[in-house]
Design a protein around this ligand. Structure first.
Ligand SMILES: Cc1ncc(COP(=O)(O)O)c(C=O)c1O
Length: 408
């Protein structure tokens, strides 16, 4: 058992902290040792491309005619007047959150498999046919289960319902009411749990096991989710080039990624290290009450939760309220994570307000984490870097949810 009293005091006391990962390894060695690589990401990109005509057909108001699910790279200045880049996944088409990159993607993987097995889809077909009546009738016989703090369930639910698949979303107590209502309005079954994220995922897993026509999307260990997220690095690279940014080990990209169970930030980090090697620093950002990935990296213990070090996992950043990190993701990306930063709820809310007032960005608290982390790192870990803050959700927040956040 890891001696927990040797963990940084700030971590145990729920105070903001910059933690450098002593397990960081050179990217090339860590990627080779991971047993995974570019081929899996390129397969995900190819699948996204096959599905582009279908996405454009199903979501004409949200997805551009080319069917791509991507967000802009915005430019800002930080509080020292230095350039700061924002990868704006809070404005991602379809669900306005990063979890769409994984959640929508895994629904598409499952739909492709079902349609091929039923003889409805063949190599070279235009995937837009999956919105036709025969495919819809096939999908209606199947259902997808998922456990979530909100955004994964929403992403899975929207995509699955658009195809005609049944959906059962198990929500933790953190999940926001408006996300549940939106899912119900789409025809999804929402099961509310009084417990946390880990309990909601376990309940979805159990229910799916009892139903031969059910498919479980496992936020804690799905590699399909992981490589769906990883493909985002291929979206960012040309945007950086277009902005004239060429990261090098001497002037690296530093990417701040809000982290819950670790799938989305871990996947993106993996993709970025594949593309940029040691010319990118990947920094995960967690709430002070839910630093599960930091805890996993610091101790190497998959079983530990933030409750074990006296934290309560209660945070305004509902998407990041996860007590135990994904063992699968930590096993793959542990040596690729440069640092973890923890941030307070008050700083998240202040940043939500500031980003709205100064830049018109509609962020949920989880999505503001990267800005807070960059502020802390500017003081404690300065350097010649190209900072990129990944804003992971928020554009879909209705006024009645967003405006009260500004007053908090
Ligand atoms: C807005 C937002 N940002 C970041 C994350 C973190 O993703 P993950 O839980 O895969 O680490 C989530 C997760 O739901 C989220 O909703």
């Amino acid at each position: 058992m890891f001696p927990l009293d040797t963990l940084p005091a700030a971590l145990r006391h729920g105070q903001p902290l910059l933690w450098h990962n002593p397990g960081l390894r050179p990217a090339a060695a860590a990627l080779t040792a991971s047993g995974h690589g570019r081929a899996e990401i390129e397969a995900a990109i190819a699948r996204w491309q096959r599905f582009a005509p279908l996405l454009a057909r199903l979501f004409p108001g949200s997805v551009a005619a080319d069917g791509r699910i991507d967000s802009p790279l915005l430019s800002q200045s930080d509080e020292h007047g230095k350039p700061l880049w924002v990868k704006a996944d809070h404005a991602l088409p379809i669900t306005a959150c990063i979890k769409a990159r994984g959640g929508v993607y895994e629904v598409l993987c499952h739909a492709e498999e079902l349609a091929q097995a039923a003889g409805l889809l063949h190599a070279g077909d235009n995937y837009a046919l999956l919105a036709d009546a025969p495919a819809h009738a096939l999908f209606a016989q199947h259902r997808i289960l998922v456990g979530s703090t909100g955004n994964l369930g929403y992403s899975v639910g929207v995509m699955a319902r658009a195809l005609g698949l049944g959906v059962e979303v198990h929500m933790s107590h953190d999940a926001k009411e408006w996300k549940k209502q939106r899912l119900r309005a789409l025809g999804a079954t929402v099961v509310e749990h009084a417990g946390d994220y880990a309990l909601a995922v376990a309940a979805a897993r159990n229910n799916a096991a009892a139903d031969a026509r059910a498919y479980f999307i496992d936020d804690e260990s799905s590699l399909l989710l992981f490589f769906g997220y990883a493909a985002a690095a291929w979206d960012l690279a040309p945007q950086l080039a277009a902005a004239g940014l060429r990261p090098t080990p001497e002037q690296p990209l530093r990417v701040y990624l809000p982290c819950g169970v670790g799938g989305a930030p871990g996947g993106v980090a993996f993709g970025l290290k594949c593309l940029f090697g040691d010319a990118v620093q990947c920094v995960l950002v967690e709430p002070v009450a839910s630093p599960c990935f930091l805890l996993r990296l610091a101790t190497g213990d998959d079983a530990l939760s933030v409750y074990d070090i006296g934290l309560d996992n209660r945070t305004v950043a509902d998407g990041l309220a996860v007590p135990r990190a994904s063992a699968t993701v930590a096993g793959i990306v542990g040596p690729l994570i440069d640092a973890v930063i923890t941030v307070s709820d008050a700083s998240l809310l202040a940043t939500v307000r500031q980003q709205w007032q100064q830049h018109g960005l509609r962020l949920e608290p989880s999505a503001a984490a990267g800005f807070v982390a960059h502020q802390l790192a500017s003081e404690q870990w300065p350097g010649d870097i190209i900072p990129v803050v990944w804003t992971t959700g928020g554009n879909g927040l209705p006024d009645e949810v967003f405006l009260p956040l500004l007053a908090e």
